[in-house]
Design a protein around this ligand. Structure first.
Ligand code: CMP
Length: 155
């Protein structure tokens, strides 16, 4: 059982996948102490991308974002660690890679603000919503090999 605050959700985006950075990125994630609780290699449909990024639907970059996110395969994953959301955002760096700190995943592997290598949840609530968007309870695991349950929803 995971308590709230211990998970975040990430996407390795099409640019980082096609540039063959999946291994480099996962290495940095595990070296930083995150447990990969769930992971899939998939290609988003337009409908899935539009729904996942619906919060940005009024933004000028929305159509390009959906187009990019459906342009090739992605890796989606649930990551577990104390203080996961904040620690992962520090590890990946600023949304715009030109503003990201040296050594962060986006500084190392992103091409631009649109093609910024990875997504990371911005809050504990969104980490749960985004994880549930892609994974059922039977697809998420603790380090001990049990199924991972998110509290307080128990889903
Ligand atoms: P992500 O963390 O996946 O969340 C929303 C995405 O929209 C973000 O990463 C960027 O890839 C993209 N994005 C955010 N702001 C801009 C912007 N000003 N111009 C273009 N794309 C943006």
């Amino acid at each position: 059982m995971s308590k709230t605050g211990n998970i975040t959700f990430t996407i390795i985006k099409p640019g980082a996948v096609s540039n063959e950075h999946i291994g480099d990125i996962l290495q940095k994630v595990t070296n930083a102490g995150f447990w990969i609780a769930a992971m899939k290699y998939i290609k988003l449909s337009n409908k899935q991308a539009e729904e996942f990024y619906r919060v940005h639907s009024e933004r000028p970059f929305y159509n390009d974002l959906v187009k990019f996110m459906t342009s090739g395969p992605i890796v989606v994953a649930v990551l577990e660690k104390d203080n996961a959301v904040d620690d992962y955002r520090k590890l990946i760096g600023a949304t715009d890679p030109s503003k990201a700190e040296e050594g962060t995943i986006r500084k190392l592997f992103a091409e631009s603000i649109e093609r910024n290598a990875v997504h990371g949840s911005d809050s504990n609530d969104n980490a749960i919503i985004e994880s549930n968007f892609f994974f059922s309870r039977s697809e998420r695991f603790t380090k001990d090999g049990d199924f991972l349950t998110f509290s307080p929803c128990g889903c």
